[in-house]
Design a protein around this ligand. Structure first.
Ligand SMILES: Nc1ncnc2c1ncn2[C@@H]1O[C@H](COP(=O)(O)OP(=O)(O)OP(=O)(O)O)[C@@H](O)[C@H]1O
Length: 266
């Protein structure tokens, strides 16, 4: 059975259907990238997949259980959603922000619970932010804030993480480190990403959103073909496979040969 599956899922905003007919099967422990052009509906779909937006049609199930049958607290122990941005209360410290991930596990009305501190520190260590546990969130850079949001998602303890553009604002070192951390966690991961090269090299499967539907879904090598990249993104692409790792790499852009330097007349 898939960890997360959707059937005929449609998500609408303000009465407008943004994506429809979405059938996904995400195996436990695998990583799925959602890619597509700006406005293709990645964030809208992500919110529908975690139950923040009721489906306009169709269903989403986690371990075969329809999301609509779960209470918000039950949902939050099964799936952690990491948004693109989250305006935290101005005076929240990093550690307090991450501890918010533990709210679904606290007794009702509890402000905090015993035993949370080690989990918070563990999550911060995983994203390389443990040394900033006592820093106010408003003093963080954009990339540091992203990593703290991820730590909050990890601290939530769900084995399904759904992330909206987790690599935004991160330098290349932290982009790769974050994706390797997600892989090492062993969780099921669904992430909206813009970077096709990261999607190709680090994910088990890719779903391409285009024109209000899933245009293609499957293994990166089968989906991120030059034809699909051209049709959807209007960009030339070449697909290469690293013989050592088997990972797919994309070379994007015209790939025109570098012109020879002009000879300057003497
Ligand atoms: N609250 C809203 N009211 C009306 N339209 C909305 C609303 N939120 C999103 N949309 C529209 O829905 C479409 C999909 O937006 P969404 O944010 O899901 O796309 P996306 O693929 O995540 O985009 P991006 O890559 O730019 O982040 C866009 O055309 C957007 O303008």
């Amino acid at each position: 059975m898939s960890h997360l599956s959707s059937r005929g899922l449609a998500a609408a905003v303000g009465g407008h259907t943004i994506v429809s007919g979405v059938d996904l099967d995400v195996p436990r422990g695998s990583m799925l990238a959602l890619v597509g052009r700006n406005g293709s509906g990645k964030s809208t779909l992500v919110r529908a997949l975690v139950g923040l937006r009721p489906p306009a049609a169709g269903t989403v199930a986690i371990d075969g259980v329809d999301l609509r049958t779960l209470t918000p607290r039950q949902r939050a122990t099964r799936v952690a959603y990491v948004p693109q941005e989250d305006g935290p209360p101005e005076d929240l410290l990093v550690g307090e922000m991450v501890a918010m991930g533990r709210i679904p596990h606290r007794p009702p009305w509890a402000v905090d619970a015993k035993g949370e501190a080690p989990l918070v520190m563990e999550a911060l260590e995983l994203v390389g932010m443990a040394d900033k546990v006592d820093r106010p969130c408003q003093h963080l850079s954009g990339g540091e804030r992203r990593r703290v949001l991820l730590a909050r998602g990890i601290a939530q303890g769900a084995d399904l993480l759904v992330l909206d553009e987790p690599t935004n604002h991160l330098d290349v070192h932290h982009q790769i480190q974050l994706l390797e951390t997600l892989r090492a966690l062993g969780c099921t991961v669904i992430a909206a990403v813009h970077d096709l090269q990261l999607a190709a090299a680090h994910f088990d499967a890719v779903a391409v959103l285009h024109a209000g539907a899933v245009h293609a879904v499957g293994q990166p090598a089968d989906v991120l073909t030059p034809a699909t990249v051209h049709d959807v993104f209007d960009v030339p692409a070449t697909q290469l496979t690293d013989p050592a790792t088997g990972r797919v790499h994309l070379v994007l852009g015209p790939g025109a040969p570098v012109p020879a330097p002009r000879k300057v007349p003497a």
